[in-house]
Write a protein that binds this ligand. Structure first.
Ligand code: SF4
Length: 326
C-alpha cells in the first residue's frame, strides 16, 4: 500500500533513476526455461509456476518496438537457446534489427546452437556459472565477449527493502539500485501477452506472482521518461531486495533468502526442492551490519578461492529438477 510519505519520497527518487532510453541494454526474455537453477536468480525462475516461451510473432513485435533504440538488444531467458524455435527467433531478429552489433545473446550454455549464435549475434554475455558442459559449449563464442567462467553470487532479490529499512532509507537505496543504474529494462511474455517493464527484475516479480503490471510494448515505449513508469516503481521497488545488497549465496547452492513480504513466492519454490531461508528480525540486523560493499552481482572465479570452488556442489540439471518436482 502506498502512503502519502512514501508517495513524496518516491517522487523525489524518480528523477534519480534511469529511464529505459538512457540504458545501454534492453532485454527481451524469450523463455523461462533454463538448464541451471542458480541461487537468487534475477529471473526468479524457480518461483514461477510454469514454463513459457515467447511466440515468434510476439518476438517480432518486441524487436520491432525497439526499432530505433540505439543500444544493445539482449536476447535472454532462462537460457534463450532452450527456446524450441530458437532458429526462427534468430531469423526474425536479423530481419528486424539489421545491425549485428546491436544483437546480443545472454546465455550459460549454447548447446547445439554455437555456430548459429556466432553468425547472428554481435555481442555476448556468457556466464556458464562454473559448469564444465557450459564452458565447453561457449568456447567458440568467448573471444571478445563478456565472459564469466566461474561461479557468481547474487544478492537476494526476495529480501524486500520495506522489511529492512524505514521509508527514507529504502527510497534512498532504490535511487541507487545497481540494476536500474547499470542494467536493463525488459520485454517478456506474461501469460501470453507481450509486456514491457522499466526493470528486468520488476518483470521477474510479476511473472513469479502471476500478476500483470507491465505495459504494452508499442513502438517507442522505451522513449518514455521514468516518471511514466511511476506505477511500476511504486509497485515493485519496495518489495525488491536488490538495493539492500545483502550477502547472497553462491549460484550453485540452490538457496534463496527472503523476508515476509515475499514469503508467498519464496515458499512456492520449496516444491522444487529449493532451500529457502527467512530472515528473522535478529538476522536482518546482522545481515544489514555486514552488507556487501560490492555490486549486487559478483562474477568471479575466485569468490572463494580455486580449491574451494572445486568443492562446491554441481548445479542440478534440468532432469534432476524435474524429477524433484514429481
Ligand atoms: S525493481 Fe528492484 S531491481 Fe528493479 S529498479 Fe526497483 S529496486 Fe531496482
Amino acid at each position: 500500500m502506498v502512503n502519502a510519505a512514501s508517495d513524496v519520497l518516491r517522487q523525489q527518487t524518480l528523477p534519480l533513476m534511469r529511464s529505459p532510453y538512457e540504458m545501454k541494454i534492453i532485454c527481451i526474455d524469450i523463455t523461462n526455461k533454463c538448464d541451471l537453477a542458480c541461487s537468487n536468480c534475477t529471473r526468479l525462475l524457480e518461483n514461477q509456476d510454469g514454463l513459457w516461451e515467447m511466440t515468434p510473432e510476439n518476438f517480432r513485435l518486441a524487436a520491432r518496438s525497439l526499432a530505433d533504440y540505439p543500444g544493445i538488444i539482449a536476447v535472454i531467458g532462462g537460457n534463450p537457446v532452450m527456446h524450441r524455435q530458437f532458429e526462427e527467433i534468430c531469423r526474425i531478429f536479423v530481419e528486424e534489427i539489421p545491425r549485428k552489433e546491436q544483437r546480443g545473446l545472454w546465455t550459460n550454455n549454447a548447446f547445439k546452437h554455437a555456430a548459429l549464435a556466432k553468425e547472428v549475434f554481435g555481442i555476448f554475455n556468457l556466464n556458464p556459472h562454473g559448469v564444465e558442459r557450459g564452458i565447453k559449449s561457449l568456447e567458440s563464442l568467448k573471444e571478445g565477449a563478456w565472459y564469466h567462467e566461474g561461479h557468481s553470487s547474487h544478492s537476494p532479490l526476495l529480501t524486500a527493502g520495506r522489511d529492512l529499512y524505514d521509508e527514507a532509507e529504502m527510497w534512498a537505496r532504490i535511487a541507487h539500485c545497481d540494476v536500474n543504474q547499470e542494467w536493463s529494462a525488459s520485454i517478456v511474455q506474461n501469460n501470453g501477452k507481450l509486456r514491457a517493464y522499466f526493470c528486468e527484475v520488476a518483470a521477474s516479480f510479476d511473472l513469479a506472482r502471476g500478476t500483470d503490471h507491465g505495459i504494452e510494448p508499442v513502438p517507442g515505449w522505451w522513449k518514455r521518461n521514468i516518471t511514466a513508469f511511476d506505477d511500476q516503481v511504486a509497485h515493485f521497488c519496495p518489495g525488491c531486495g536488490v538495493p539492500a545488497r545483502l550477502e547472497g549465496h553462491m549460484d550453485c547452492e540452490n538457496t534463496d533468502t527472503y523476508t515476509a513480504t515475499n514469503a508467498d513466492i519464496a515458499l512456492k519454490s520449496r516444491k522444487k526442492n529449493r532451500n529457502v531461508i527467512e530472515l528473522t528480525p535478529d538476522e536482518i540486523s546482522r545481515q544489514i551490519s555486514k552488507q556487501i560493499d560490492h555490486k549486487v552481482t559478483q562474477y568471479s572465479t575466485n569468490l572463494r578461492g580455486t580449491s574451494e570452488r572445486r568443492r562446491l556442489p554441481r548445479p542440478r540439471t534440468i532432469f534432476e529438477r524435474l524429477k524433484a518436482m514429481f
